[in-house]
Design a protein around this ligand. Structure first.
Ligand code: ARG
Length: 469
């Protein structure tokens, strides 16, 4: 026999030790150590089921459980010794358990493979992460809702092409974002039942000869469903990819909101004052208050998209069943999880403390001739064909611009020189508040619709807070 025999848990058939570069290359502790508590949870469930079915004795179960508890303490107190030579979280924990519990510890892996074990651990991790995002999303939606309620009557330009288009109320603008984050929350709700499926019992790939009860394991870990096909159970990573897609979509929404704040905090807009606690200064320019938080959220979005692409590409064309390539699923999801959780939280905090400058928003309405559509509609209501009304209004805007006036500042005589159809009631029509009020259709920016939207989001929140998430 050449060299020293390996002490790996799978070392029986190996005559010599693994090369140290290979050990370093194949170990996955950098990321799968974050699955440790879920690994313990899965092992407790598996051990209980083994005892219930008589595969291990009650006494052995007790020894396994107290060993697992001790490991949990060590992990929580940061006293657990991680040995990279033991490759991954599963074998580190199993080795420690055998040290602590002796022979019963060696029985824990009966009827189980790391292939179904890691799938269970990662499903538990993913489900917990998604539920954490839901909680953070609710806080963000709540912050948007509260600002919308406070600023129901504040008006600002609504934009298309980032050009001032029509007046809207601030609540309408903020609640548009609340809707995006509600959909992200609902996407998670929809994905969770596909995540919470227990793969334990699939073993390496083909099932097992032991009389296991996979439903019991699922029950212990709080999953409602159990795998239906062992080969699918150990090789499916759809649940991670769905999580990464939801992460990407949520970051995309956050980056859009972040972009609004970056623009609105620019003195050219001046619509918001960023909370001190959520902005930073410049090391050289004393006057600066920078929207770094929003910029970082915008910037981190690219990294999350990249992680979705990375795992899709890793999974592409992999034959059944488990392949070591799949170990590469942890890093993208764990990093995306950190990014989504922190980004949603900082944005919620920033929205909650943001101050709005109503005068600047109103000023921007005037500068942008945002009541031009009102004038065109006024002329149409008095019988003028729309194209002609559009043209005359355009000429009036050019005139007012030339004189440095808002449309509402043009005198009646001048109006009538452009069209005889215009009377003194035009000033009421040109009023911005009236313009917003007239958009009374359901879902529009009119006050009745905004009240309706606020009510609807409140009842959505009540349902999510009271019912199942
Ligand atoms: N560290 C591995 C992973 O994350 C665990 C499963 C290993 N299975 C195997 N047959 N080598 O994928």
């Amino acid at each position: 026999m050449k060299g020293k025999e390996t002490d790996k848990l799978w070392g029986g058939r190996f005559a010599s030790e693994t090369s140290s570069v290979v050990e370093e290359f194949t170990q996955s502790l950098d990321y799968d150590r974050f699955l440790a508590l879920h690994d313990l949870e899965g092992s407790r469930a598996h051990a209980r089921m083994l005892a219930n079915t008589g595969i291990i004795t009650k006494d052995e179960l007790e020894q396994i459980l107290s060993g697992l508890d001790r490991i949990q303490d060590e992990l929580e107190q940061d006293k657990f010794f991680w040995d990279p030579g033991l490759e991954d979280v599963h074998m580190n924990i199993e080795r420690r358990l055998t040290d602590l519990a002796g022979a019963p510890g060696q029985k824990l892996h009966t009827g189980r493979s790391r292939n179904d074990q890691v799938a269970l651990d990662f499903r538990l991790y993913t489900a917990a992460a998604l539920q954490e995002w839901q909680q953070a999303l609710k806080e963000l939606i709540q912050a948007l809702l509260e600002q919308a309620e406070t600023h129901r009557d504040a008006l600002l330009p609504g934009y298309t092409h980032l050009q001032p288009a029509q007046p809207v109320c601030l609540a309408q603008h903020l609640l548009a974002y609340a809707r995006m984050f509600m959909r992200d929350h609902e996407r998670i709700e929809d994905a969770l039942p596909r995540v919470k499926v227990s793969p334990l019992g699939a073993a390496a790939l083909a099932g097992t000869t032991y009389p296991l009860e996979p439903e019991q394991v699922a029950g212990y870990v709080g999953f409602e469903k159990v795998f239906k096909n062992s080969m699918d159970a150990v090789s499916d990573r759809d649940f991670v990819l769905e999580g990464l897609f939801i992460a990407s979509m949520t970051m995309m929404h956050l980056s859009r909101l972040g972009e609004e704040f970056i623009l609105w905090s620019n003195p050219g807009f001046g619509f918001i004052i960023l909370p001190d606690a959520f902005s930073t200064g410049s090391s050289i320019m004393p006057q600066k208050k920078n929207p770094d938080v929003a910029e970082l959220v915008r910037g981190k979005t690219g990294g999350v998209y990249g992680r979705l692409m990375a795992l899709l590409t890793t999974m592409k064309a992999l034959p059944l069943t488990y392949n070591r390539d799949m170990q590469e699923d942890k890093e993208p999801f764990i990093e995306a999880h950190r990014c989504v959780s922190s980004s949603v939280q900082v944005m919620a905090g920033m929205v909650a403390q943001m101050e709005f400058n109503r005068e600047r928003m109103l000023g921007a309405l005037k500068e942008g001739y945002l009541n031009a559509t009102e004038l065109a509609d006024y002329l149409v209501a008095r019988g003028m064909p729309f194209r002609q009304a559009h043209h005359i209004t355009g000429r009036l805007v050019a005139y007012a611009e030339d004189k440095g006036l808002g449309l509402e500042d043009v005198d009646l005589e001048t109006f009538r020189a452009f069209s005889e159809l215009i009377h003194s009631d035009v000033y009421h029509v040109l009023d911005y508040e009236q313009a917003v009020k007239r958009r009374g259709t359901s879902g529009g920016t009119g006050p009745a619709s905004v009240e309706e939207q606020i009510k609807d989001i409140h009842s959505w929140m009540d349902k999510k807070n009271g019912g199942s998430v």
